[in-house]
Write a protein that binds this ligand. Structure first.
Ligand SMILES: [Zn+2]
Length: 288
């Protein structure tokens, strides 16, 4: 799933391509794409796109009165669409804009197309009054942004929430923008067991985790900003994530996995757990 660096760089690209374009129509292709009834999408018709912003893992397609909050989930993409096909593959919804003159004299008729491959249909769009967008669903439950959370904020959250650090990092109510890949990478960079308890980590642990979050995000963001379109998961940097059985780039030990139904925790025993291999009942049951 795209995380903060992928979403942020994509938002910047879309702002470059679409800011100032006047919305003509928002057209969902199926009834599950639009998650809200009020305000209606037509409240934004005739308005210029201010920017495509981001909060957590959400894209914010912002017009003065109304903002379309877009969540891509696993397989969703928000793409520049020049074809305007009647039934685009995986099409969920399309933002249609008034044609606009380009500086070279040609006419820009491109649209923005939300697609989602696969059958799950979990990507979605929420229409929210722009003035309330940060305090209304679906953004109202989000914790501080991962890239700018302070060590003091982290320490306070660690004090108030006794959790495994890997779960804490993936919980959008705690820190917004981190998913499975970055959680694996941050734990490794911080030299912490993914199962370390946040309350026990304390203020010193918060400082270590804060530094690891910032450096992992900065690294991914730089790579992502150099691209023309959003990376797929295999293009994203990882020392641990999806590296089960490969050598740790820092120490050469074998990257281990703890499997859950929805995701895999990857870690290096030498770097993170004092050499201890964490119990993995699921793997031992199904893979032996
Ligand atoms: Zn290692």
């Amino acid at each position: 799933m795209p995380e903060m660096p992928e979403i942020q760089a994509h938002a910047e690209r879309l702002t470059d391509a679409f800011a100032g374009r006047v919305l003509r129509r928002f057209a969902p292709f199926n009834f599950t794409a639009l998650k809200t009834a009020v305000p209606a999408p037509d409240t934004a018709y005739g308005h210029e796109l201010v920017e495509v912003g981001r909060r957590g893992k959400y894209l914010l397609v912002q017009f003065a009165p109304t903002t379309f909050v877009v969540h891509l989930m696993q397989g969703g993409r928000l793409l520049v669409d020049d074809k305007h096909s009647a039934k685009p593959r995986g099409g969920q919804a399309r933002f249609e804009f008034e044609p606009a003159a380009r500086s070279d004299g040609s006419t820009d008729t491109s649209a923005l197309l939300l697609t989602e491959q696969g059958k799950e249909r979990r990507a979605g769009v929420w229409c929210v009054p722009t003035d309330d967008v940060m305090t209304a669903p679906p953004l109202d439950h989000l914790g501080p942004e991962a890239a700018t959370i302070t060590d003091d904020q982290l320490a306070e959250l660690f004090r108030a929430n006794s959790m495994r650090i890997h779960g804490f990092l993936r919980d959008q109510r705690m820190v917004a923008g981190i998913g499975r890949r970055l959680a694996n990478e941050v734990c490794h960079r911080a030299r912490l067991s993914p199962f370390a308890n946040t309350r026990k980590l304390g203020a010193d642990g918060a400082t270590t985790v804060g530094a690891a979050i910032r450096s992992c995000i900065a690294e991914s963001l730089e790579i992502e900003r150099a691209r023309d379109d959003m990376s797929s998961s295999k293009d994203r940097p990882s020392a641990m994530h999806s590296r089960t059985g490969e050598p740790c780039p820092d120490c050469g030990d074998t990257v281990r996995a703890v499997e859950y139904s929805g995701y895999t925790v990857n870690y290096c025993p030498t770097c993170q757990t004092g050499g201890k291999v964490l119990a993995d009942n699921t793997t031992s049951k199904f893979l032996k």
